[in-house]
Write a protein that binds this ligand. Structure first.
Ligand code: VGL
Length: 207
């Protein structure tokens, strides 16, 4: 069984939401996500689904504490992916939520801002059910794409590699990241951990 996962392919992480967390070209990944899904039996959607009352929220980007070097629990982020907002929506051209085989709404606890799609908490104790679902489906290969390479894609890929003995393929053409330095480091970490990073869906098809 092959599963394709769209990680946080939401408007909030694209130039459509300049006041949130606009990832450069974040809205250009839709065709590649759809192409990788054609190679899979099942398709999963993950979405950041934050509360407007989250403790880690700040009003303006200038007030954000930069992630580098801080314990994950201390990081603050500008408001993004608030449930029901425009930025919360999936990018245009992706299926409606009901057409996915499994959905993960993440970042739902107002106390924390975790990144990966497999756990609700930073300590990785509270499962979102994704790993159990993949095991129940006897998945052999997971193909991952989405936003952002250096945060939620990276953490999701590392959690998937730790959480099962399936192959984890990352579709580089279906990913965009926040900052070049952290993106480069993220690719290194994912490859060191055993991820197969391929250029696009055509390469994945030929793999
Ligand atoms: C993300 C930063 C903050 C992501 C979410 O989805 O990669 N990045 N929140």
């Amino acid at each position: 069984m092959i599963v394709s996962i769209d990680v946080d392919a939401q408007k909030t992480f694209s130039p459509l939401c300049p006041a949130e967390l606009p990832v450069l070209e974040g809205d250009t990944i839709v065709a590649e996500l759809n192409a990788q899904a054609l190679l899979a039996d099942l398709r999963v959607m993950t979405k950041d689904a934050h509360s407007p009352y989250a403790k880690w929220l700040v009003e303006k980007p200038e007030q954000m504490l930069k992630p580098t070097g801080l314990p994950e629990a201390d990081v603050t982020w500008v408001s993004h992916a608030i449930v029901g907002s425009y930025g919360y929506e999936l990018l245009d051209g992706l299926p409606a939520a009901k057409e996915y085989d499994f959905c993960v709404w993440k970042g739902v606890d107002p106390e924390f801002h975790p990144y990966g799609a497999c756990f609700h908490d930073i300590g990785e104790k509270l499962s979102t059910g994704l790993l159990e679902w993949l095991r129940a489906k006897q998945v052999k290969t997971v193909i991952v794409g989405g936003l952002a390479t250096d945060y939620c894609v990276k953490t999701t890929v590392l959690q998937l590699l730790k959480g099962g003995d399936w192959t984890v393929i990352v579709n580089a053409a279906a990913c965009r990241g926040i900052a070049p330095e952290t993106v480069e480091h993220a690719w290194e970490l994912m490859m060191q951990a055993g991820a197969v990073v391929l250029e696009n869906a055509v390469e994945i098809h030929n793999y």
